[in-house]
Design a protein around this ligand. Structure first.
Ligand code: ZN
Length: 249
């Protein structure tokens, strides 16, 4: 049994009041300016419904696929400052009630980014001042399975802190890994992708992500490197890597 941490509930209410109005198809990040000082950008991801998988067209010729970035309060692209930084640390606030299998999956979901991220290493810590804090809950709000919040005031400071929330009730290891990897993508400063098979697909949580491990793609890497609000690549250049970082056949 995972016990929701009571003190974050008011914070979640703020975050989700914003994100729930953020339609599933939209990819820009809602600004929280004026609602909570220093809170720049939140994403809430839902809805896990029946694990249906829509059939998708593969007529990609000439189409561009895009990925967006989270933004700072001043409108700049949100990024961890690479200068003088080798590591972004993460900490799971409380592992209580989480099976070993799911705990390992959550760690893998974070560490998958070490295969693609261009600037720094994701490193687990027990320190209170971890860069990314991950909170494991039974439930978030109805229909929400994961959420991320990035604190970034301006381009000069970069991202100062990120929070990830995962709703784990009834979630198995593969799904936990995929949800974690997606939310950590937000914590790294990525928004949503419009490629339906990409890890950062806005509707990822609606698909059968309990069946197959999904890992960051070259689009995610391009998005992290470019430092622009939106990055586009031709759809045929989108490459799915397997979860060991190799290009899949
Ligand atoms: Zn998302």
């Amino acid at each position: 049994m995972i016990t929701p941490h009571q003190t974050i509930l008011p914070f979640l209410a703020v975050a989700f009041s914003l994100t729930l109005f953020h339609s599933a198809g939209a990819e820009t990040c809602p600004k929280a300016g004026g609602v909570e000082a220093g809170a720049s950008c939140e994403h809430g991801d839902g809805v896990r419904t029946g694990h249906t998988h829509a059939s998708e067209s593969h007529g990609d010729a000439g189409r561009m696929v895009h990925i967006h970035r989270m933004t700072c309060d001043d409108g700049a692209v949100a990024r961890w400052k690479p200068v003088g930084r080798d590591v972004v640390t993460f900490k799971v606030k409380d592992w209580a009630g989480v099976s070993l299998e799911v705990a390992l999956a959550i760690r893998r979901g974070v560490l998958r980014w070490n295969r693609v991220q261009p600037f720094y290493v994701m490193w687990e810590t027990t320190r209170e001042d971890a860069d990314i804090t991950i909170e494991l809950l039974d439930d978030l709000l109805p229909g929400i399975v994961g959420a991320a919040k990035v604190k970034c005031r301006n381009a000069r400071e970069g991202i100062r802190k990120a929070y990830v929330f995962l709703a784990l009730k009834g979630v198995g290891a593969v799904e936990a890994q995929n949800m974690t990897a997606h939310e950590i993508g937000h914590a790294m400063g990525l928004g949503h992708s419009d490629h339906s098979h990409d890890l950062m697909d806005a509707k990822l949580a609606e698909k059968n992500i309990d069946k197959r491990m999904i890992c960051p793609s070259n689009l995610n890497r391009a998005g992290l490197i470019a430092g622009m609000h939106s990055v586009a690549i031709p759809a045929e250049e989108w490459t799915e890597t397997d979860c060991w970082g190799r290009r899949s056949g």
